[in-house]
Write a protein that binds this ligand. Structure first.
Ligand code: UGA
Ligand code: MN
Length: 344
């Protein structure tokens, strides 16, 4: 009896019951119109999903935009990793005063500053070190040694004497150069005017166990000189100049493990009788190395092999004032540098 029920449960419950009845009616109606409750949910999702998608897209756009704003305007190079080995790389660079020396050293410093665990030995071919060069070295934040050794009489003025002095320095200051964290090292002769890929240091030099050899671009009267690698072994060289040398390689194309340096007293002499006068083969032969010791790098690919070091040379600029007085017996007056430091 509906009337009794209303009396028993009171007015409030009556209206609730009525409302429930209504909702049930609507639900029945809806079921007819729209389908089962799951379908309804899907339809709701379809409707609100558009809004959700819209807001997600907006959020992604705002996030991306703010990420772009957070990016610095200049490229950031990641510090190159040590590839699992922690050999100290010891780079030996002879250098001398000339108009293009500061920019050459600057380019080299900028490259080396991206390499961890590297000690840079720079040897000035002169009586004293140059403050502007030292400033460049300081700014690399690398451990470095800068010393002056003017080419001794009898030596060619091509960095030979400076490298000899560096080898002697390495042998008598090994633990200071290696520091507490390094037990092993690799020595590389990097001239101040070449162009170096950072990967030369991180992927090649760091991994040299005895004698590493790789390609050098724009050298020896040709576009590239490289070791000829057959079954992982090197028994010849793809070079145009003097291919019969035991080690037909430019100074930029090899590095030796520190233990090889320490186990010998080989230096650069005043001349090199073997190999047509090239100092590289003389040094490596004097270190007791054979072709079997060569570990070739960078030959793995069939084509599109990459060159990690280029034997570039910065040309001396034509300075108008100096040219004007070329026929005069008096030395040309130095060009005005307006108070800036230029090695003229
Ligand atoms: C080429 C090789 O790439 C050198 O590694 C090699 O020592 C040289 O030949 C050689 O004749 O034996 P190249 O590019 O022709 O070198 O010569 P430079 O780059 O002018 O000189 C080699 C290094 O010695 C440079 O780091 C340079 O700054 C230094 N150097 C040159 C001196 O310290 N004093 C000098 O009077 C001239
Ligand atoms: Mn050079």
């Amino acid at each position: 009896m509906p009337g009794n029920t209303i009396k028993v449960f009171g007015d409030k419950l009556e209206s609730q019951a009525l409302q429930k009845g209504c909702e049930e009616d609507i639900e029945k109606h809806c079921r007819r119109c729209i389908g089962k409750p799951t379908m309804r949910t899907l339809n709701k999702l379809r409707k609100y999903g558009i809004y959700v998608l819209f807001f997600m897209l907006l959020f992604a756009m705002v996030f991306q935009f703010s990420a772009d704003l957070r990016q610095p305007a200049y490229p950031v190079f990641k510090m190159a990793e040590t590839n699992g080995t922690n050999r100290m790389i010891i780079v030996v660079t002879p250098t001398y005063k000339r108009m293009t020396r500061i920019p050459d050293m600057l380019r080299m410093a900028n490259t080396l500053s991206h390499v961890k665990d590297l000690h840079w030995i720079v040897v000035e071919d002169g009586n004293r070190t140059i403050p502007a060069v030292e400033e460049i070295l300081k700014r690399t934040n690398l451990p470095y040694t800068y010393m002056a050794h003017k080419t001794a009489v009898g030596y060619p003025r091509r960095g030979w004497y400076q490298r000899t002095m560096a080898l002697k320095f390495i042998r008598s200051n090994t633990s200071q150069i290696l520091g507490k964290e390094h037990k092993e090292g690799v020595v590389y002769f990097g001239d101040d005017d070449n162009s170096y890929d950072i990967r030369l240091f991180t992927e090649y030099i760091r991994n040299v166990k005895t004698l590493g050899i790789w390609a050098v671009g724009l050298v020896g009267g040709t576009v590239v000189e490289a070791p000829k690698v057959i079954d992982g072994k090197v028994n010849a060289f793809n070079v145009k100049w003097n291919p019969k040398r035991r080690f037909a390689v430019d100074m930029a194309g090899f590095a030796v493990n520190l233990k090889v340096v320490l186990n010998s007293d080989a230096v650069f002499g005043t001349s090199c009788k073997r190999g047509g006068g090239a100092p590289e083969t003389c040094l490596l032969e004097d270190m007791g190395l054979e072709r079997e010791d060569i570990e070739p790098f960078g030959h793995e690919k069939e084509k599109d092999r990459e060159i990690f070091v280029w034997h570039t040379k910065t040309s001396t600029p034509n300075i108008a004032q100096a040219k004007k007085n070329a026929n005069s017996t008096k030395p040309a007056p130095k060009p005005d540098t307006y108070g800036y430091f230029v090695e003229v």
